[in-house]
Ligand binder design. Sequence first.
Ligand code: ATP
Ligand code: MG
Length: 261
Amino acid sequence: MLTVTGVNLSFGSLQVLRSIDISVNPGEFVALVGPSGCGKSSLLNIIAGLEQPDSGTIQLDGAPVTKRLGLFAYMPQHDALLPWRSVLDNAILAAEVAGVDRNNARRRARELLPAFGLEGFADAYPDTLSGGMRQRAAFLRTILSDRPILLLDEPFGALDALTRRLMQEWLLGLTASLGRSVLMVTHDLEEALMLADRVALMTARPGRIKWVEDVTLPRPRHPEMALDPAFVEQKARLLDELRSEFAGITTQQPAVIGATR
Ligand SMILES: Nc1ncnc2c1ncn2[C@@H]1O[C@H](COP(=O)(O)OP(=O)(O)OP(=O)(O)O)[C@@H](O)[C@H]1O
Ligand SMILES: [Mg+2]
């Protein structure tokens, strides 16, 4: 179990995170939703050990962990595939860094290619793949790092609406079969509600956890559930909560647009 308690973070005079408390239970899928710039990626960086908080603790199964690099399967906001490595060699990167035998790592990656919709592309280079394929290759690498907790930062952020929907369905099936814990950042409330067991809303910067609630939908989930009245009600209510946070970063726009008419 992952527990984040009282995390604060500033960059110089810019306060980014304030008193963040959030937890992810074993096997649980938690979605973190909040306006751009509120500190979501910074929080994942802190959990992954790439950034140190000014104060607060990160605990795993009740014990504080200060050296966290490599403890999580982390998929950063930008897919960061290495252009000079094939799909297969990108996929085994984390395993390779962890010292796993290359041939063993390659064999496992090859076995998983079909499940990730990448069959036949083991030797392809990232710049010959579609956006969705790149995301899945980055996903495969994240999964192959074999850590029990996945940290996913906007895994579908760069995709068009239809591909995004297909990838969400694919992730639903994948997490159900892998049984790992997930903390996923997304801008998209519908995506959060469709995938997660619990949704946490963040305020505009400095980011605080504004609201956490269980998702009412039963599992297994399927796309038609987006029409379920309980789903629609929950989405509308949470959108209202979020709207006030987004307002702070968008109020400039109408005036600017108006001025150019
Ligand atoms: N290394 C850094 N140095 C200085 N400021 C930073 C650094 N990293 C992030 N910031 C600032 O911290 C704030 C939060 O950034 P962060 O990337 O965590 O936001 P986010 O919630 O992930 O936004 P988005 O939804 O747009 O990805 C921003 O104002 C950003 O400019
Ligand atoms: Mg971000």
